[in-house]
Design a protein around this ligand. Sequence first.
Ligand code: UD1
Length: 416
Amino acid sequence: MSKYIIEGGNRLYGTALIGGAKNSVLPILAGTVLAAGESIIHNCPRIRDVELTIEILKCLGCNVTVQGNTVCVNAADVTDNYIPMGLMNKMRSSVIFMGAILSRTGEARCSYPGGCELGARPINLHLKSFKQLGVEINEQAGFLECRLEKYKPGTVQLDFPSVGATENIMLLACGQEGTTTIVNAAREPEIFDLQDLLVKMGAKIRGAGEGIIEIEGVKSLKQVEKTVISDRICAATMLFMVAAAGGCVELKNVNTSHIESIISVLRGCGADIRLTDCGVNIKVTERIDAVDMVQTMPYPGYPTDAQPQLMAALCTANGTSVIKETIFENRFKAVGELKKMGADITLGGEMAIIRGVKKLHGANLSAPDLRAGAALVIAALAAEGKSEISGVCYIDRGYENLEGMITDIGGKIIRV
Ligand code: UD1
């Protein structure tokens, strides 16, 4: 089990290159199952969740090769439609395969998905939408057997703009006859990236990013070559790192329109943020200011995936900040660990009140999940003294070589 040892208190200077988006690459790799040929996906981050996704593809009969950040998926022979429980348990986004497998084979079998424990994380919206579109679902003791005899195109109204449910419907519908409309669809950039993949494969889809997605099914989809968009949450993590520790860092390969809500919060904190040709530059010379209130929302609102990192930076801000978490009920898991470092945080339901202290101090910490783990790294880099962070396996689920990126900008971090 790896852990990080971080010596805090150093300002950060230099350049960091942001890699491909975790939340984009996972549905895109699932989407390659739709074409009976070899698809080539570039800019895939080398993270644990991609490794798990590749394992699922192999279980389905796909031939997968990896070269650097390029993954080639040959889905000429999809010989199975079953995802073993051991893989479903490890990653929530394994559920995205259901739409793709159903579309390709007419059947899908799996258990309920696992992943970071951020709350109940049900899949009722996925299943309700599938049923409405003609999928028969037999559910027994946590095991799901889905069968598609006759697709029923029509309008699916999502009660909440779920990212995963929107992706699952897109993956199912694009290979089925008729027109499917998703109303109240998620608008995240990763949805747009999936639409881009599917259009390149020959699907007729429009509306991603606008809330209503219209999909006209086509008979068959073709193999594709595609580059994954850059990871806005990784960019946000690096920005909050500099906000907390101070310094001046340029992030390259960032689509700044994807991080407008984050830039706006950081500017409100007094960070000097400049947009560059291919990314963003952040300069922080003194303690940042607190924020009145930041509330997590579906895109284009402030992302829940960047909430713990913001909280970590606000621990040493000038004044008192309030964060309201509206997406996941269990997303304040970093709080207990941050308090060990001297943070002054009060929790009440969806709200966290963060009273900024002058300095945090190093401590022995444990990463409770992916983004909370990233938050602890941020706090440790800003703190005085040495911190040890165990549970780095969670951080590895979503960040490629985080310690390398931090070392390149002058942070003192080693993995042991
Ligand atoms: C995706 C992201 C995750 C991010 C989240 C919200 C991936 C691989 N993961 O997760 O990093 O934090 O979006 O931006 O892209 N819900 C239901 N029933 C459902 C589905 C969702 O009640 O059937 C609820 C969830 O419990 C949660 C909210 O809706 O409270 C948002 O979930 P959703 O948008 O589906 O997130 P994921 O796709 O799981």
